[in-house]
Structures are given as structure tokens and as C-alpha cells.
Design a protein around this ligand. Structure first.
Ligand code: GAL
Length: 429
């Protein structure tokens, strides 16, 4: 009897110890000043990867992180809308209200630097790069995109390419179509498709960035990489006759799009190509992830790819990165997440699903299909240019105006108005 009583007391005492230990943990979870390596916490990841073709990579990343770090929990705070259409506004409100998420998706280049680093909202991550020996694990050009005045401010998880056209292979084969390389060839192919009763080019510009992305690629084709960069560095004016030429060519491309473009988003436009209703799509290679994943299409069997006309020597970079906002409660937990995000394992889990290539140079190529290995080669060998539509080439203020101007141009086709609006907005770049 006595022994039983003794064991009972022991059990109650042990339970009390466990409960009190749990109490300590929950305190750190709510972020009560425990910012120095607590063994329990929540990392809130803010992004716009919510839907088809977007979410799979993120969820795989979160699962792997939680599996490897069972003392941390992830809160997935994604806000729907391609290219951050809605997320960026929500983020701006939270940042202004001093309520930053633990970490947030942000494009390398001006979106990171002009919107957040210059405003003193981000912590530098040079120590993290040093601790993880990352200096030569990410390409120098990429580190430059996430650096400001000599310090590094975010960790890139992917590299997307923006200047590829994805096409329906069956349509091209049945119509005996060769890959167009120049704008003239592109328009010939488009005429041929139109005569055959097929929509040549799919567009879903319910969110206007998709049209801006086509326009930036036409600009790249007309100007070449060097002058494209000069344009966004303010060294070439928007009323340069080549920009007028690009606007005209862009307008001509719009003669070949689906009528219901304004009611479709990027996924809906990709579906037109998947279903054989349209032949080609120019969007980032997240569309490739969508074709493979959600739509079950096979690369180089069901769909093929080629660069936008006259951009074969170029690679339009879109890189999603995550940083450490100032003023969060548990920076050490977030650094654990960022360390994970920069690992080869995380990058090789995320990118094959997302359609992108890893930001790291030492990825496991066997995890990627032919599109992925082609993109890795091209990233090393082509001229790299930052995307306007995805926040790297110019400030958010300029991009908002450019998106609006392009959106109006899609319906009105007034070259002069487009050029004038861009020229007037240029000082904001
Ligand atoms: C881009 C982003 C990609 C993809 C795409 C469509 O801005 O970099 O990762 O999500 O938008 O939403």
C-alpha cells in the first residue's frame, strides 16, 4: 500500500514538472521577449503562394522544415493573388503598423531594397551568410540583387525565368510549325495559327502584371540586355524610338490573344494552352510547375518551350527571397528558418515543384527535368536582366504606374499615351 502511495505521489509530481515546463514553452511561443534561441516558437511565413501551381512547393518546404525542427511551428500566412497583387498591399499595411510577419516573400532587387531596406525595416544577414558559408554558394549576381550598401538582406530560395514561351506541342506538330526566333517569325506563326482557328497567344490579365511581363520581354527583345538595363537605370529615355517600336510590337502581339483575357488569371490562361485552345503562353516558369503538377503535363511531351523572340541570349531573372524584418519577437527562430531555406535540401525540395531552379549553385541536378537543367545552363551562360513586372528592375511606385498604363494599353492600344505615362513615371524608378 505504502509503495503504491509513493508511486502515486511521484506521478503527480512528475506531471507538475512537465506542465510547468510546457508553461515556459508557451510563454516563448507568444514571443514574450524570448528572442535568444528559445526551443519553441512560431515562424509566420508571408507569401502569395496560395493556389494551383503555387502552393505545392511552399507546403513541401513547410513540412520538411517542421520535420527537421520539431520545436518550431510554421504559420502559413499566404495571401492569394499572382505576383503579390494583394499580398504586397497587406504587407505594406502590416509593416507600416509595426506588425511585420516573421519573414516575407520579396523579390530581390528594387522591391527588397527600395521598399524595405532603404526604409530601415530589415535586419542585415551578413552573419547568417558567414555562419553558413554561403558566400560562394549563391551566384554573385544574385547576392548583389539582395544586397544594399555592402550588406546582404535576404536569402533567395529560387530563380524563375520570365522570358520563356510555353507551347502546346500537339498544336505545333499538327500545324507543322517551327519555333519562331524573331518577331517577324513569331507574327507569321501567329497568323498561321489564327487561320487554323487556334488562339495563338494565351493571356490572363485579370491581374495586369501578366501583360506587363509580355511587354518587358518585347522591350528586352528590341533593346537587347545591355540597353534594357540602361532603360531601367535611367540612361535611356522612354520616348526613345526603340521603345516606341517595342510598344507597337507589343500591340501587335495583343492582336493574337484570347478575347476573354480580362477575366482570366495566369493559371486560367495556362489552361488554354494545356487544353489545346491556345498555342502559346509567355509567363514565368511557375507556369511550368503548374503544367507538371496540377495539370499533369509532361515537359517536352505535352508542352515545349522557347525564348521570347529575339531574347535567346537573355535570362530575365525573378528571384523569390525571404529576409528578417526589424522588430519581430523571435529573430533566432526566423534565422533557423532562413538557414533551412538556404540549404540545398530545402531548395531541391521546393524548386522542382515550383518550376524554378535553385538559387544555390551546388544543387542536385538529378532532381530537375530537362527544362530545369536547361534553365540552370542558361542561367550560367546568358545575359541576366531583372524583371520589371516582378519587382526587380524598378521601384514599386514605378511598377504600379507601369502596370496601370499597360492595362489601359491592352484595351486602347494608344502607343503615345503608354510612352508618355512611362516617361512621366520614370523619375520614380
Ligand atoms: C512571381 C513570383 C513567383 C510566382 C509568380 C506568380 O512574382 O516570383 O514565385 O509566384 O509571381 O504568382
Amino acid at each position: 500500500m505504502d509503495l503504491k502511495k509513493y508511486i502515486g505521489v511521484l506521478i503527480v509530481f512528475t506531471c507538475m514538472l512537465v506542465i510547468s515546463a510546457c508553461g515556459d514553452d508557451s510563454e516563448s511561443e507568444t514571443g514574450n521577449g524570448d528572442s535568444n534561441g528559445s526551443d519553441s516558437g512560431t515562424v509566420e511565413i508571408f507569401s502569395w503562394w496560395t493556389g494551383a501551381g503555387e502552393e505545392d512547393g511552399l507546403l513541401a518546404l513547410i513540412d520538411l522544415f517542421e520535420e527537421q525542427n520539431d520545436h518550431l511551428t510554421v504559420e502559413n500566412a499566404a495571401v492569394a493573388g499572382g505576383a503579390g497583387t494583394n499580398a504586397k498591399a497587406v504587407l505594406a499595411t502590416r509593416m507600416q503598423g509595426n506588425d511585420p510577419p516573421s519573414t516575407f516573400q520579396v523579390h530581390g532587387g528594387d522591391e527588397l531594397n527600395k521598399s524595405w531596406v532603404e526604409a530601415d525595416k530589415m535586419e542585415p544577414l551578413d552573419d547568417l551568410y558567414e555562419e553558413n558559408d554561403w558566400a560562394d554558394k549563391f551566384p554573385e549576381d544574385l547576392i548583389d540583387l539582395v544586397s544594399y550598401k555592402g550588406s546582404i538582406y535576404s536569402v533567395p530560395v529560387d530563380i524563375h525565368r520570365g522570358n520563356m514561351v510555353f507551347y502546346n506541342k500537339e498544336i505545333f506538330e499538327e500545324n507543322d510549325i517551327e519555333i519562331p526566333e524573331t518577331f517577324d517569325e513569331f507574327f507569321e506563326v501567329a497568323d498561321q495559327l489564327q487561320d487554323a482557328g487556334i488562339t495563338p497567344l494565351a493571356l490572363g490579365d485579370k491581374e495586369s502584371w501578366t501583360a506587363t511581363q509580355i511587354f518587358e520581354n518585347v522591350l528586352l527583345g528590341v533593346l537587347g540586355a545591355e540597353d534594357y538595363n540602361k532603360l531601367f537605370n535611367g540612361e535611356i529615355e522612354f520616348d526613345d524610338e526603340r521603345i516606341v517600336d517595342a510598344a507597337e510590337k507589343f500591340g501587335k502581339m495583343l492582336d493574337y490573344i484570347n478575347e476573354d483575357h480580362a477575366s482570366r488569371n495566369w493559371q486560367d490562361s495556362a489552361q488554354l494552352v494545356a487544353d489545346g485552345e491556345a498555342a502559346m503562353l509567355n509567363n514565368g516558369d511557375w507556369a511550368k510547375g503548374y503544367f507538371n503538377g496540377d495539370l499533369g503535363l509532361e515537359t517536352n511531351v505535352d508542352f515545349g518551350y522557347f525564348p521570347m523572340p529575339e531574347t535567346g541570349d537573355d535570362f530575365s531573372i525573378i528571384t523569390d527571397t525571404f529576409g528578417l524584418p526589424k522588430g519581430i519577437d523571435n529573430p533566432d527562430d526566423v534565422k533557423e528558418f532562413l538557414t533551412f531555406l538556404g540549404s540545398t535540401e530545402a531548395q531541391d525540395t521546393f524548386n522542382p515543384l515550383k518550376g524554378s531552379i535553385p538559387a544555390r549553385v551546388d544543387a542536385d541536378e538529378s532532381k530537375y527535368d530537362e527544362y530545369g537543367t536547361d534553365a540552370m545552363d542558361d542561367f550560367k551562360n546568358k545575359n541576366l536582366v531583372p524583371s520589371l513586372a516582378h519587382g526587380s528592375a524598378a521601384s514599386e511606385g514605378f511598377l504600379t504606374k507601369a502596370d496601370q498604363a499597360v492595362n489601359i494599353f491592352v484595351t486602347q492600344r494608344d502607343v503615345d499615351t503608354l510612352i508618355e505615362t512611362l516617361k512621366n513615371a520614370a523619375p520614380e524608378m
